[in-house]
Design a protein. Sequence first.
Length: 197
Amino acid sequence: MDLPETTIDVAVALPTDGYASPVRATWPEPVERVAAYLREAGAEARIEELEAGTATAADAAKAAGCTLEQIVKSIVLVCDGKPVLALVPGDRRADVDKIARAAGAREGRIARAAEVEEATGFAPGAVAPFPLPNVERVLIDQSLLGHDVVWIGAGSTSHIAALNPADLARLARARSMDAVQASTYHSPERSTDDARD
């Protein structure tokens, strides 16, 4: 994979001499936390700031210029009272029962917003797969491992990171499994007729 080393330095041309000079970018604290984790791990990754947020996996794929299958959704579940993170492709739905069984739990459910933030330290919709202060188990859908590059949330709805899926699994300490429902998920297009005031 040919991605530059994770950095938050950007080069800008100086008007006086025409040479590029590094300038420190300021990112939100959660994004800085992800960038620091990647740097400390020596990961080959690239973090990008997007002009507009990515409310859906399809939005993220369009912004990244990749397929929906290369987008990694970070789904927080509560399995027998303990938070579990499932990493699933953007075109698929997490299978809560499979994930709960893989976590050794009798039951599981999607975490509520406050539970997501407490478990991960990230706001819902901006969950990165690392660092996770209160998540003991991370599971990754095996289909993600077949790509050269995948895109993860990087701590805000306006930041994403590209990295090799094997590196993702290693950094997140994720165990590979079949974590998705049998059929692909296609978000229905919302027409103006469907809009409600």
